[in-house]
Write a protein that binds this ligand. Structure first.
Ligand code: HEC
Length: 147
């Protein structure tokens, strides 16, 4: 009986660790996709790429997905975890959870407002400016460059 409980405890611990690793991967995958899409849109705004509605719509759909996922992307199990990109979380995500949640809400609103409104270069410029400010606003406090 005792042995079974010890074994089960060990299994639970392992499962917990695996879940944190999976979450870390998922969170990074989502943020990398954001970066890729934001990059594709800003290349259009800069005139490096021609305007392409399909790229715009795909980017917006992915940002929308991000907005929905954000509330679960940074569980407390990720606190202190090392990300493999150039960036890292700050512990404020958890110590200032209310502030972090506000950023999620305002990001979701910016994305929601832009959906279906981007039709050409002008509307893209405006919406990307609004959305980009939201990305940057959250990063300023809750993301840091790895040292
Ligand atoms: C509510 C907060 C929040 C919002 C909104 C947000 N991010 Fe992030 N982002 C983070 C945090 C925290 C990290 C650090 C953890 C990581 O690297 O995944 C991060 C990391 C990143 C990274 C680095 C990924 C890597 O590991 O290489 C990129 C690129 C990025 N975000 C792009 C974006 C873009 C573009 C947007 C807007 C479309 C956005 N983010 C919106 C919080 C946010």
């Amino acid at each position: 009986m005792k042995r079974t409980m010890v074994v089960m405890g060990a299994l639970l611990l392992t499962a917990g660790a695996v879940m944190a690793e999976d979450q870390l991967k998922e969170t990074q995958t989502v943020m990398k996709a954001n970066g890729k899409n934001a990059g594709a849109l800003s290349a259009m705004v800069k005139g490096e790429k021609p305007y392409d509605q399909a790229t715009v719509d795909a980017a917006l759909a992915q940002f929308d997905e991000t907005a929905k996922k954000l509330p679960t992307l940074f569980p407390v199990s990720l606190k202190g975890k090392t990300f493999d990109g150039d960036y890292q979380t700050t512990e404020k995500i958890w110590s200032d959870k209310a502030g972090f949640d506000e950023h999620i809400t305002s990001f979701a609103k910016a994305v929601g407002d832009a959906k279906g409104k981007i039709k050409d270069m002008d509307t893209l410029k405006t919406s990307l400016g609004v959305i980009g400010k939201q990305c940057g606003g959250c990063h300023e406090t809750y993301r840091m460059k790895k040292t």
